[in-house]
Design a protein around this ligand. Structure first.
Ligand code: ADP
Ligand code: ASP
Ligand code: MG
Length: 410
């Protein structure tokens, strides 16, 4: 007997037929004597539809109300899935994040799980029930509903698998695993049998939405192997795990693209120490992550600072920058939503010369202008115009021969 945590994303529970399919799969596992916990997302694109309603009312909704609204999506799918199991003669119970003991901090719309009190889940499993848990949501110390950031159901699943010491954690989605590049962007993308936590984390942080970054962090922290695979066929997917040997270090193992970004800039800042610290501390205090920071060369005793943020955080970021701009006497704050980021990721690129140059050449060959560059030991990112992102992805994928098996193995 094993304890198995399975997560089903929005597409996997998009309609009643698909929900019945998930119930049949779970019933089969349960019938084999396993303890089964299912974590589900909201049906199809229902979280987006809920948000559309909110944005018909205002562009700047209170984050608490966003959580109140968005958390309803998962409540629909858990109830339907649990009922589907009942119709198959399987005892089951649906639990919201709160009932499942998922405790978070109070950062609405981007809360982090602080701890899980798995008592209720364990009790239900002991009774022989399949437990169906709402992904993406938790509860803070005051009992307020919180959500974990878009795509956060993956994190619920991995956190539960860790808390319950599960034997298996499977993430079922609408693609067959983790590919060298989003397979919906380029048909030559290749499925990877394995990927390391660090590479997957980098890919997730850089915009490959197939896994929520926090889920990968937790997997690494608890040394939990995560199997990402398709809901719609039996084929083995990709295992996220520690790198097993040096041979598995690819120079470039994948490409991530992020189109959910905005570039912001504060220009004509008086050249004094402490202003950048002030800007980025204030932004960090608001729970906003910043990427691709550039400070221009000083001219006329003035500086410009440019960086990128997630689109969801744009309004909040602009409000902070306007305030600081007034305080320090900067000339202007502006933004551009017409940008995208393309990144190459690979644990083996650290000491290999010419990797960044190959990427820049692939972009130049397609006449794609690079606006900002940022590098780390295992990635190179470029900010470009959004309408060129597919072209860029195709060119860079080709330049590193990622469609070919083991192409860029060190
Ligand atoms: P779910 O609703 O199951 O959580 P998501 O839409 O969040 O599914 O994530 C799956 C999607 O991630 C795929 O449909 C694919 O378009 C996208 N994706 C981005 N990068 C990758 C990648 N490297 N490998 C696989 N899928 C990727
Ligand atoms: N329903 C949430 C979203 O659309 C969470 C998830 O799907 O993981 O972001
Ligand atoms: Mg997802």
């Amino acid at each position: 007997m094993a304890l198995i945590v399975q997560k089903y994303g929005g597409t996997s529970v998009a309609d009643v037929d698909k929900i019945m399919g998930v119930a049949r799969k779970a019933a089969h596992l349960h019938g084999e004597g396993n303890q089964v916990v299912l974590v589900v997302s909201a049906m199809g694109k229902s979280t987006d539809h809920l948000l559309d309603l909110m944005y018909e009312i205002t562009n700047n909704p209170p984050e608490r109300e966003l959580d109140m609204l968005m958390s309803t999506g998962e409540q629909v799918s858990i109830s339907l899935l649990s009922t589907a199991l009942h119709t198959l003669g399987i005892e089951s119970v649906s639990l919201t994040g709160s009932l499942a003991g998922i405790k978070t901090d109070s950062n609405h719309i981007r809360a982090r799980i602080l701890e899980i009190e798995p008592g209720r889940i364990e009790e239900e499993l002991e009774k022989g029930k399949v437990v169906v848990v709402a992904g993406f949501q938790g509860i803070d110390s005051r009992g307020e509903i919180t959500t974990l950031g878009r795509g956060g159901s993956d994190t619920t699943a991995v956190a539960l698998a860790a808390a319950l010491k599960a034997d298996l954690c499977e993430i079922f989605t609408d693609v067959k695993g983790i590919y060298t590049l989003d397979p919906n962007m380029v048909s030559t993308a290749r499925k990877l049998p394995f990927i390391s936590y660090d590479e997957m984390l980098e890919m997730a942080n850089l915009g490959a939405r197939v896994m929520h970054p926090r889920a990968v962090e937790l997997g690494k922290q608890y040394k939990l192997k995560i199997h990402v695979r398709s809901s719609f066929d039996e084929e083995e997917g990709t295992i996220i795990r520690e790198v097993a040997s040096l041979e598995e270090k690819y120079i470039v193992s994948g490409i991530a693209c992020d189109v959910n970004l905005a570039k912001v800039a504060i220009v004509g800042i008086p050249d004094r120490p402490g202003i950048a610290a002030n800007i980025f501390n204030t932004i960090a205090d608001a729970g906003i992550s910043v990427d691709l920071i550039v400070q221009s060369i000083r001219k006329d005793e003035e500086n410009d600072i440019l960086f990128s943020v997630n689109k969801e955080d744009l309004n909040k970021t602009l409000a902070i920058l306007e305030k600081i701009s007034d305080e320090v006497g900067a000339k202007e704050v502006f933004y551009d939503e017409d940008v995208a980021k393309i990144s190459i990721i690979g644990a083996g690129m650290a000491n290999v010369p010419g990797v960044a140059a190959t990427m820049f050449k692939a972009l130049a060959d397609r006449d794609i202008n690079i606006e900002i560059i940022s590098t780390s030991e295992i990635k190179v990112s470029c900010l470009i115009k959004k309408d060129r992102i597919n072209d860029a992805a195709e060119g860079v994928h080709e330049a590193f021969k990622l469609g070919e098996d083991q192409a860029s193995l060190t």
